[in-house]
Design a binder for this molecule. Structure first.
Ligand code: MN
Length: 242
C-alpha cells in the first residue's frame, strides 16, 4: 500500500480560506457578464441545488456543479453525463463557482476565460445517497467518493463521482458514473436527445446568436446610442483598446 504522503498543503488551505478566489482571479468582470459572486451563508434547512451547463468553449463540455458549503463545486465533463451505468465519464474538477452562476446563460466574450456560449442544460436539487446531508456530502467529497441522488428535470436518480488522481496543476480528475438503479438506462443517450435549455428552451445557436447581437456587435446601426454609451463608458474608466 502507498503511504499517505501529502497532507493538506499550505497552498490548498489558503485556497480554502478564500472561497471563489480562483474563480474571481481568472475573470475580468468588466468584460464578461458572468456573476462576480460571493460565498453564500449557510442555510442548512434548504435543499442543495445543482446545475449542469452546456458550454461551447474551445472544447464543448458540460459543467457539472453541486452546491456545497455556500459555493458550487464544479467539474468539466467533456462528454456529459450518461445513464448507462457501465459508462465512466471523465470529470475534471475546476474552481468553485458562485451560486449565482446557476442562472447564467449567455455568451462569454471571445478571448476571455471560458469564452463561448453557456446553456442551462439541467438543474434541480440533490442530496447525499445515504441521507446524511451536507456532512455526508462533505466527507464524500474529501474522500473522493461522492454518492448522490439527483432530482433534476433530466438527471434523476443515483450517481457517483469518484476521484482518480491529480494532474500537474493539482487539478483532480474524477469519473462520473450512473448508479445501477431503476433510473439507469443503457439505451438512452440523454446528451444527444436533450439539446435545449431547461431555463429558456433555446438551442446553443439561439443563445449564441442573441448574445452576438446584444453584447459584442461593433456595427450597430444606431450610432447615436452607441456613441452615448461610449461616452458613458469613457467617463467611468480609460478607453478600452480597439
Ligand atoms: Mn465550462
Amino acid at each position: 500500500m502507498k503511504s499517505r504522503t501529502t497532507r493538506t498543503t499550505g497552498k490548498r488551505r489558503a485556497t480554502r480560506a478564500k472561497p471563489l478566489g480562483e474563480y474571481q482571479r481568472k475573470r475580468d468582470f468588466t468584460k464578461t457578464r458572468e456573476p462576480e459572486g460571493s460565498a453564500a451563508r449557510k442555510k442548512s434547512a434548504r435543499a442543495l441545488r445543482f446545475v449542469v451547463q452546456k458550454h461551447a468553449a474551445s472544447h464543448l463540455h458540460f459543467d457539472f456543479r453541486l452546491e456545497l458549503d455556500g459555493v458550487m463545486k464544479s467539474w468539466a465533463v467533456p462528454k456529459g453525463p450518461s445513464y448507462d451505468p457501465t459508462v465512466r465519464r471523465l470529470a475534471m474538477e475546476v474552481e468553485d463557482h458562485p451560486i449565482e452562476y446557476n442562472t447564467f446563460e449567455g455568451t462569454i466574450p471571445k478571448g476571455e476565460y471560458g469564452g463561448g456560449t453557456v446553456m442551462v442544460w439541467d438543474r434541480g436539487t440533490y442530496e447525499a445517497e445515504d441521507g446524511g446531508g451536507a456532512a455526508s456530502l462533505r466527507a464524500g467529497y474529501e474522500r473522493g467518493d461522492l454518492k448522490i441522488v439527483m432530482h433534476g428535470k433530466r438527471l434523476v436518480g443515483g450517481w457517483v463521482l469518484v476521484r482518480m488522481r491529480r494532474d500537474e496543476s493539482d487539478r483532480a480528475q474524477w469519473l462520473l458514473i450512473k448508479h445501477r438503479d431503476e433510473t439507469a438506462d443503457a439505451t438512452f443517450d440523454i446528451v444527444a436527445d436533450e439539446t435545449t435549455s431547461v431555463a429558456t428552451g433555446r438551442t446553443m445557436d439561439e443563445i449564441g446568436s442573441r448574445a452576438r447581437r446584444v453584447w459584442t456587435s461593433n456595427r450597430t446601426p444606431r450610432k447615436a446610442a452607441a456613441q452615448s454609451t461610449k461616452k458613458r463608458a469613457a467617463r467611468k474608466k480609460p478607453a478600452a483598446k480597439r
